[in-house]
Structure formats: structure tokens, C-alpha cells
Design a protein around this ligand. Structure first.
Ligand SMILES: Nc1ncnc2c1ncn2[C@@H]1O[C@H](COP(=O)(O)OP(=O)(O)OP(=O)(O)O)[C@@H](O)[C@H]1O
Length: 785
């Protein structure tokens, strides 16, 4: 085997031992690989041979060592493999030149590319390839390793392999709208069954008795030969070179062979690509220079080179993105002067002293960060994230007190009028004693009431206003707005945030979110914002116990709730539907409320809340629940966000599988908001799928919103997570913010350092040009954010 294959096998072996998958001796296998090694490559480089001997002798006594020393050697062994490979890569980079043809320009329309022309360019356009630049960035979805052609009889199932075989027979069948093409190939010793679904064009490639090269993943079948689904297949003409070839996603009208040829012939483009990442960083991070990475991603010499090329290109994407954000942020700071506020902190101290509890450490830190921002000359642009009930609103309140002391008005914008009312009452209660005038502005107020509030805002008679979307409507003017706080970022788009911030000039803006998002996402979605995080919950809080309960045990739950009610505690019951539906067989809030009120808990006050009630009705219901005139609130998810009832201790969720992870966590966050022990019960139906059940189990095992967010991200991927796609999250071509998160952090760090050393990017012209080209749209959003 070739050196690279030898290294691949060694790596697999050491990793299997390190992870405990293998427990036998290491050395015999290592020796076997060594005996298969084709040493011709070593003869070019004496130092390579020497290093290889060192590697072998380092591992020669490994099986005699105790466990911990063995582990250490395995780890070091893997590092030595990486070094050997890097040595090899450098050697390869000299070969790249020979691969590259004549230079072309990235913006050249695809029809002028080599081997393309008018007709093919139409096909390529269907693959979103409009220019030669797009072509080079059309990355392979997989690779075909032709360095070893396996005998069919030695195929290991579930591993991708290349084999050679003569086509014995083939057939095409149509069944319920599908075309299934089957073929049998043999290499004289073994047979393999090939199958393609709905790939009609394959049939044109098949000729009985011809020899083919086949690449794919073989699966075992209970009877008969192994089977490969949708393999790559190509007729053999002459010698098959030992190489790794790219596999692209294609559309009809273009073959894999042709696509490879087109890419290869136009690869000369990479000559004109300037490095975006400074070479000092590339070297330090062990990444490939751009030219090398682009060449290797299409035509790699080894599997390791593929990995390195991918890593290098993903890093480049992240680096470009992070630099853009930092660069724009700096531009904004330079161009816009903010309100430089004078804050002594006397008033906010008074509020803190009046509270019946102490601030948590994280609340103090977040508050200090906000105050520093408000004192500074540039406008604040900060995200305050913290778990449900961690006390974010209080921090925002303190910031508004500081802002008042500096002589400015503040606005707090929340997503629903019920929440606006709740915040307004709390804020009024706490801020009136220190002389701050508060106001409420929601769409549910009567027109003359709204007019009155608007008039007072304009005159500067209201210092702190709480409201909903009504705050951003035309006709709302402030005398001297200085701080905008937006609660629950996800409910408002960037545009709405923008409208409110332009109400005053160069305002400080604070965004609060109770749905913590993993750090990686925070860096990308909120890359333009500074972030304060409240991790710790107030003293004395214990996590909400989360239980999955079988429906037949509802009686036990009812008796538990009765005991809680006797102690003066309250309960929520959440249903996915307001009323009975003909389409789905789900419990609904209206019928269940009647049942709970009349049969299960008579006489305790059971109220029903849902989205079809008008705002005043909703507020009255909440008011009665808050003052404990009613003890049970039956609701749809309207209570999801922000409702703060410290005496509520039981949250019952019916059909929990209908809700998203973040939503479940928000619902759970409605209890456990004081020192009282609380539980969240998810009632389970028999019909629930295994997947849904395991998702709920995982949810039940978490308690912090940060863990829930990581779990959600892992299960659903970044695109679907919280519907972020609509919120300006950048799409990366090759970088994956979940799997490449470490790379993203590194890029962030490096970009920061680069911006400190060369803030105007004078020494990095190519980076600056590319930045403006790719991210012009995103940069516009950042500017207004
Ligand atoms: N340091 C603290 N110690 C004890 N209680 C606190 C502390 N800070 C806030 N609280 C109380 O905890 C409850 C939740 O606080 P708050 O509403 O500010 O949280 P939040 O993070 O905004 O919650 P949510 O995201 O669910 O809206 C309130 O009743 C508040 O008075």
C-alpha cells in the first residue's frame, strides 16, 4: 500500500485502541501494515524514512505498558501520524502547479470556461453554476478512492470501496412510479448486485460483458451477494490510474466524468486567487494556503488532504465572516457618535437596596457591562441572554434607571400586551418610589388613552415606557429617547429593531433573549452584538423536576396538585388546541378547562386563557390568577413567554410532542420562579413515536436552557434551530457551525487579533475586497441592527 494508505490504516488502528473498541495487541497489526507498505515513495526523502522508523520504534513496546502509559503512547502516535502527513502535504504542494492549466478569471461566465460551451453552460446553470468562480466553489459531495481496487470477495460491508467487475446482466423495472435498475457484476471470484432508483440515465451506460469500475457502499443481504445502492459506475477503458476522484452532485445531461474534466480544466482559476487568511495564521493553525486548499478539495492526493482542504476552506469562510463583523462594528463606532451618558449610579443603587434579595453575580456583571457601554461614546449594541427566570428584566430595569439618571427616556418593547401589562405594573411599582414616571402603550388601549400616552412621551413627561409593536408605529415621538430594550429578540425581526432605534438618534440598544443560544450561533446570528450572559439562577432556586407521565396515572397527578393548591400554590395546564378539531385527535383547552373546573377541581377557580380572547380579557384573567382569585390556569401557549407568577409550582403539558424544545423549556420556565419546589409534567399518550419519546426523555434530563439549546441544535441542525434562517443567519458553503465550532472560535480569535494589528486592513487588500463583495448584504443589516 501507498504511504498515505498506510498512515490511514495506522490511524484507524490507534483510534480503535484509544476509544476502547479494540483491546488486543497493537503491534502485530502494525507490523502487518508495515509489511504491505510500498517503500518506493520513501526513497525520495531520507528524512521521511527516518521519521517513520522513529514512529515504529516508539510504538514497538506499547503492548507491554500499563493502561495509562499505553494511552499516552497511542495519543502521541496519532500526533506523529499528523506530522508525517504534514510533511507529505508540503511535498504535494509542489505538484499542484503541474495540475493547474491556464489562468482564468472568477467572474468569467461559465459558457466561456474550458470544455463548456453554450449547451453545457445551460445544464451547469441548473446547478447554480453561473461563473468559473462558482464552478471552483462547487465542492464535491464525496470522493471515490481508486487507489485500491478490492476483489469483490473481500469487500467489508458498510465501508466505501472501489471494485472492478464484468457486467453479467441488467434489467429495469417500473413499480408504483419508481424505476429500479438492477445489475449483477462479477470479477470471477465474487458477485455484486447493483441497484439504482429513479436514475433512468444509468441504463445507457450499461453493456453486457463489458468491464466496469464501481464505487459505493456495500451492504450485506440475508441471501445472495452483497448489494450496492446507487453506486458510481464507469466503463473501464485502458489502465485505471490509482487516484482519488471527486464525486459531484449532478443533474441530468452531464456525466461525472465530464464534470471532473470541466473542473480540472478550469482549475487554473485558483492561480488568480489571493490568500485571504494571512500566511502567518495559515502556518500557525496548520492550514493549507488557499491555492492548495482549492486544488486539493477537488483533486486530493490523500484522505488526509481532503480533511485538511475542507478544514482550511471552512476556516477561511469563518475568518472572512468574523473579520467582516468586526470591521463593520468598528466602522459604525467611528462613523456614529453615541450618547455619552453621565451616570453616578446613585438611583440604581437605591433600587437595588429596596429589593428583598441580592443580585446574583452574573446580574451584577451584566449590569456593569451595560453601564460601561452607556457611558462610552459609541452606541451600545448588546444582547443580554439568560435562562428563563434568571432575572434579566431586573437588569434591564436597572439600566433604564441609569438612563433616566443621565437625563434620557427609555422604552421597553415586548412581544405581547399581556406581558407588557405585567412588566409595566412591576416597573411602575419599583420605579415610582424613586421618582421615575412610567407609561404603557399597547394596541389594546383605547384610542384616546393611546393619544394621551403619545402626547406625554413627546413632551418628555414619561421617563420609561413599556409597550408592544404599538411603540414602533408612526406618530410615536419621544422627547429624548436614550435607551431601547427589546425583550425576546426572536419575535421581532431586524427591521423592527431598526425602526425603534431610529426613533432617537444614536441610541443605546439592549436586546434580551430568554432562549439561550449556543455560543457558536451567538457568534454568527448575533455576531454584530456584544453579549452579556446570566448563567447563575437566583439563590435558593432548585431546578424544576421534569416528569413524563403516562395518561393512566393522571389521578395521582390530580391528587398531587390538590395538595399543592392547599398550600396556596398554583398550576398551569397547557394544551396544543383551543377547541376540538376534526382533523386531529388532540385534547383541547376549552373542553379540558370545563372538565377540570366542574369535575376535578371544583371550587378552586379554573380559568381559560387563549389567543382568541381580546387583550383586555386576557389581562383580566392574568390579574385574577396573579392575585390568586383563580388557582389553575388552563391555556394554550400564549403563556409561553415571560409570564412571572412566583407562586405557580406545577406545569402540566398535554401532547408535549407537539411542541419544540425551546418552547417546552419556555413553558417549564413559567414555574420554579421562586424558592418553591416546582414540577413540570409532560403527559404522554400511547400513540407517541419512539423518536418523540426519546426526544422528550432527553429534554426531561436537562434543566438549563443552555443545555436545551445545545440539544435542540444537535437534533435539528442550525437551519431549523429557532427558525433562525429567517433572522439573517449567514449560510456557509462548506463550514458547519455545529461540527466545526472549534474552528469558528479560532477564526474569531484570529480575526480579532488581526483587527487590532491592522484595523483598516491596509495590509490585507484582498481580504478587504472579498469581504465587501461577499457580505455586502449582511453588512447592510449589521449597520442598521
Ligand atoms: N437576584 C435575584 N434573587 C431572587 N429573585 C430574583 C433575583 N432577580 C430577579 N428575581 C426574581 O425572579 C423572577 C424572575 O425575574 P425576571 O422576570 O427578571 O427574569 P427573566 O430572566 O426576565 O425571566 P423570563 O425570561 O422568564 O422572562 C422575578 O420574580 C424577579 O423578581
Amino acid at each position: 500500500m501507498l504511504l498515505e494508505q498506510f498512515l490511514e490504516e495506522c490511524e484507524r488502528l490507534l483510534e480503535a485502541h484509544l476509544s476502547g473498541k479494540r483491546e488486543d495487541n497493537v503491534l502485530p497489526e502494525l507490523k502487518r501494515f508495515l509489511s504491505l507498505l510500498d517503500r518506493s515513495e520513501l526513497s525520495h526523502f531520507s528524512s521521511l524514512g527516518e521519521y517513520l522508523s522513529k514512529f515504529i520504534s516508539y510504538l514497538s513496546r506499547i503492548d507491554e505498558f500499563p493502561h495509562d502509559r499505553k494511552v499516552k503512547r497511542l495519543k502521541n502516535g496519532l500526533e506523529m501520524i499528523a506530522k508525517l502527513r504534514n510533511f507529505f502535504l508540503l511535498h504535494n504542494s509542489e505538484e499542484i502547479e503541474s495540475l493547474l492549466g491556464r489562468p482564468v478569471s472568477p467572474s468569467t461566465p461559465i459558457k466561456y470556461a474550458y470544455s463548456v460551451g453554450e449547451a453545457r453552460s445551460k445544464i451547469l446553470k441548473r446547478m447554480d453554476i453561473e461563473t468559473i468562480g462558482d464552478l471552483i466553489q462547487y465542492f464535491p459531495r464525496d470522493y471515490e478512492d481508486r487507489r485500491i481496487i478490492m476483489p469483490i470477495s473481500s469487500i467489508v460491508p458498510d465501508r466505501k470501496v472501489s471494485v472492478k467487475g464484468r457486467l453479467l446482466n441488467f434489467s429495469a423495472k417500473k413499480a408504483s412510479g419508481y424505476t429500479i435498475i438492477s445489475a449483477v457484476v462479477s470479477d470471477g471470484f465474487g458477485q455484486l448486485l447493483l441497484k439504482w432508483f429513479n436514475q433512468d440515465y444509468i441504463i445507457q451506460k450499461l453493456r453486457r460483458d463489458r468491464e466496469y469500475l464501481i464505487h459505493g457502499l456495500a451492504k450485506e443481504t440475508p441471501f445472495g451477494p452483497m448489494e450496492m445502492n446507487s453506486p458510481e459506475i464507469e466503463e473501464i477503458q485502458g489502465e485505471v490510474p490509482r487516484e482519488i476522484l471527486p464525486v459531484y452532485s449532478l443533474t441530468s445531461g452531464i456525466s461525472m466524468k465530464m464534470m471532473r474534466k470541466i473542473v480540472k480544466r478550469n482549475l487554473g482559476l485558483v492561480r488568480s486567487l489571493d490568500d485571504l487568511v494571512p500566511s502567518s495564521i495559515t502556518t500557525e493553525r496548520g492550514l493549507l494556503p488557499r491555492k492548495h486548499a482549492f486544488t486539493a478539495i477537488h483533486f486530493p492526493k490523500s484522505l488526509y488532504e481532503i480533511r485538511k482542504a475542507r478544514e482550511s476552506l471552512a476556516y477561511e469562510e469563518f475568518f472572512l465572516f468574523e473579520t467582516t463583523i468586526l470591521f463593520r462594528k468598528r466602522q459604525i463606532r467611528k462613523e456614529y457618535q453615541g450618547l455619552q451618558k453621565e451616570i453616578s449610579g446613585v438611583l440604581s443603587k437605591r433600587l437595588i437596596e429596596s429589593l428583598p434579595f441580592e443580585l446574583t453575580k452574573d446580574q451584577v456583571t451584566a449590569f456593569e457591562e451595560i453601564r460601561d457601554d452607556m457611558r462610552a461614546a459609541s452606541p451600545m449594541n448588546r444582547l443580554l441572554q439568560g435562562d428563563v427566570g434568571s432575572g434579566k428584566t431586573l437588569v434591564a430595569e436597572l439600566a433604564m434607571v441609569d438612563n433616566y439618571e443621565a437625563g434620557y427616556q427609555s422604552a421597553l418593547m415586548v412581544p405581547t400586551s399581556v406581558l407588557a401589562m405585567q412588566h409595566y405594573e412591576k416597573i411602575k411599582r419599583e420605579l415610582s418610589p424613586i421618582g421615575i414616571e412610567t407609561g404603557l402603550l399597547t394596541g389594546s388601549l383605547k384610542k384616546n388613552e393611546q393619544d394621551f400616552v403619545r402626547m406625554r412621551l413627546k413632551k418628555g413627561e414619561i421617563d420609561v415606557v413599556v409597550g408592544t409593536h404599538a411603540l414602533i408605529q408612526d406618530g410615536v415621538e419621544f422627547k429624548n429617547l436614550g435607551l431601547v430594550v427589546v425583550d425576546e429578540q426572536h419575535r421581532f425581526g431586524v427591521k423592527q429593531r431598526e425602526t425603534l432605534t431610529t426613533k432617537g438618534k444614536l441610541l443605546d440598544s439592549l436586546v434580551m433573549t430568554a432562549t439561550p443560544i449556543p455560543r457558536t450561533l451567538a457568534l454568527t446570528v448575533y455576531g454584530d452584538l456584544d453579549i452579556s450572559t446570566i448563567l447563575t439562577l437566583p439563590k435558593g432556586r432548585s431546578p424544576v423536576r421534569t416528569i413524563i407521565l403516562a395518561r393512566k396515572r393522571l389521578k395521582d397527578l390530580y391528587s398531587y396538585i390538590s395538595d399543592e393548591l392547599k398550600m396556596g400554590h398554583q398550576a398551569f395546564f397547557i394544551y396544543p388546541l383551543i377547541e376540538e378539531s376534526e382533523q386531529v385527535d388532540l385534547k383541547n383547552a376549552t373542553d379540558e378547562a370545563t372538565k377540570l373546573r366542574e369535575e376535578v377541581f371544583p371550587g378552586v377557580g379554573v380559568e381559560l386563557l387563549h389567543g382568541r380572547l381580546n387583550d383586555n380579557e386576557k389581562q383580566e384573567i392574568m390579574q385574577r390568577f396573579r392575585s390568586r382569585q383563580s388557582m389553575i390556569l388552563v391555556s394554550t401557549t400564549v403563556v409561553e413567554v415571560g409570564i412571572d407568577i412566583p407562586t405557580a409550582t406545577v406545569m402540566v403539558i398535554e401532547h408535549p410532542e407537539r411542541f419544540g424544545m425551546a418552547q417546552l423549556h419556555q413553558l417549564r420556565g413559567r414555574v420554579g420562579r421562586s424558592n418553591l419546589k416546582s414540577i413540570c409534567v409532560m403527559v404522554m399518550n400511547k400513540a407517541i413515536s419512539d423518536d418523540a419519546l426519546s426526544r422528550l426523555r432527553e429534554f426531561a434530563s436537562t434543566s438549563s436552557g443552555f443545555d436545551v439549546a445545545e440539544l435542540d441544535l444537535r437534533l435539528r441542525g442550525p437551519g431549523e434551530f429557532l427558525g433562525l434562517r429567517q433572522h439573517g443567519m449567514p449560510q456557509f458553503l462548506i463550514g458547519d457551525i455545529v461540527n466545526d465550532r472549534d474552528l469558528l472560535f479560532k477564526a474569531r480569535e484570529d480575526a480579532k487579533q488581526l483587527m487590532e494589528e491592522d484595523p483598516e486592513l491596509l495590509e490585507h487588500g484582498a481580504l478587504r475586497i472579498e469581504m465587501e463583495r461577499v457580505y455586502s448584504e449582511r453588512a447592510r443589516l449589521i449597520e442598521v441592527g
